[in-house]
Design a protein around this ligand. Structure first.
Ligand code: TRP
Length: 329
């Protein structure tokens, strides 16, 4: 049996090249080696207010983007979290074994809560729902970025506590895959990771940005005061542009050095923009084809739900039995 992978993306903000190079591109490659479930985690998105019409559209957009980058619905399951009630159900059961202190300590909770006037309980429960996503499918591997590692550790703590209280029930998930994706930084600030939730028109290149917008964003990217590329002394902005190029082009370090050493920044930026535009073009083309095919995305999401529901139901059944909840019929 192949090890099972679960990972999730919130249908909020615009998916960008950092998401693609750091995660999605690798998910596409591991589909034969692992049994993959990729979740569009809309219940997580609503922990902060989302405009309903926009959210509905984002869910379909994200599903179409998963397909457009090469997630194959025959091999992998693409699911919408809210279409499988077991996620919310298991989250409640896990909530009941989770000390509040474990949740108030989470760094993401602290920073998100600080930005809100009133802090919804959902924000506090966010990592418990995430633990439910993972434990529901007994996923062994959970590929996530550094910012989510604390949540995976919490998932393990919750699983361990449940197993201790009620008997061996959950598989312990591992944080990482053997391959880790490129870490792409913001174009406007190369000291901070490129993020869907960071505002600013020149922070990230979205996967659906038109070519002229991509070029403009990359030409305006922050570099440094040196004139040309010096591999022995790379500033963070130039390093980031080279990382983006290398990740898209899949060039070796030697190729990168031979090609870019001594290149002026304006020429570097032009070549990075050309590469990004060329690599996103087929993805954007497929995306539009998918969205123009009536009913296709819905069918993929239904198929995903149908495929994973037996796994989810088996876990819920087991958890109910362990906890003494009603399983009479
Ligand atoms: N919290 C994750 C993020 O913002 C998204 C997520 C939700 C997730 N459930 C998950 C990731 C389960 C991995 C596994 O990136």
């Amino acid at each position: 049996m192949k090890p099972r992978v679960f990972s999730g993306v919130q249908p909020s903000g615009d998916l960008h090249i950092g998401n693609y190079l750091g995660a999605l591109k690798h998910w596409v490659k591991i589909q034969d080696e692992y049994e993959c479930i990729f979740g569009i985690v809309d219940l997580h998105a609503i922990t902060v207010y989302q405009d309903p019409a926009q959210l509905r559209n984002k869910i379909e957009e994200l599903a179409a983007l998963f397909l457009a980058v090469g997630i194959d619905p025959q091999r992998s399951s693409i699911i919408v979290q809210s279409s499988i009630p077991a996620h919310a159900e298991l989250a409640w059961m896990l909530t009941c074994v989770t000390p509040v202190g474990w949740l108030t300590r989470m760094t993401q909770y602290k920073s998100k809560a600080a930005a809100q006037e009133t802090v919804g309980d959902g924000l506090l429960q966010y990592p418990v729902l995430m633990a439910a996503d993972i434990l529901l499918y007994q996923a062994q591997v959970v590929p996530v970025g550094d910012d989510q590692v604390q949540h995976i550790e919490l998932t393990r703590d919750i699983a361990q506590r449940f197993n201790h209280l009620y008997g061996e029930t959950f598989v312990m998930p591992e944080t990482r895959l053997p391959v880790v994706g490129a870490r792409i930084m913001g174009l406007d600030n190369p000291e901070a990771k490129m993020s869907k939730s960071t505002p600013g028109s020149h922070h990230a290149v979205a996967l659906l940005d038109p070519p002229d917008v991509i070029r403009q964003k990359i030409m305006r990217a922050t570099t440094d005061s040196k004139p040309a590329v010096d591999f022995d002394d790379l500033g963070p902005g130039v390093r980031n542009l080279l990382t983006i190029f290398q990740a898209f082009a899949e060039w070796s370090d030697e190729q990168m050095r031979a090609h870019f050493t001594g290149m002026r920044y304006s020429e570097l930026k032009k070549q990075v923009a050309d590469m990004v535009i060329a690599c996103l073009e087929p993805i954007q083309k497929r995306y539009h084809e998918i969205r123009n095919e009536p009913g296709y995305v819905t069918q993929v999401l239904r198929q995903g739900a149908e495929r994973v529901t037996p796994i989810a139901n088996a876990t819920i059944r087991l958890v109910k039995e362990r906890m003494g909840l009603y399983t009479g019929f």
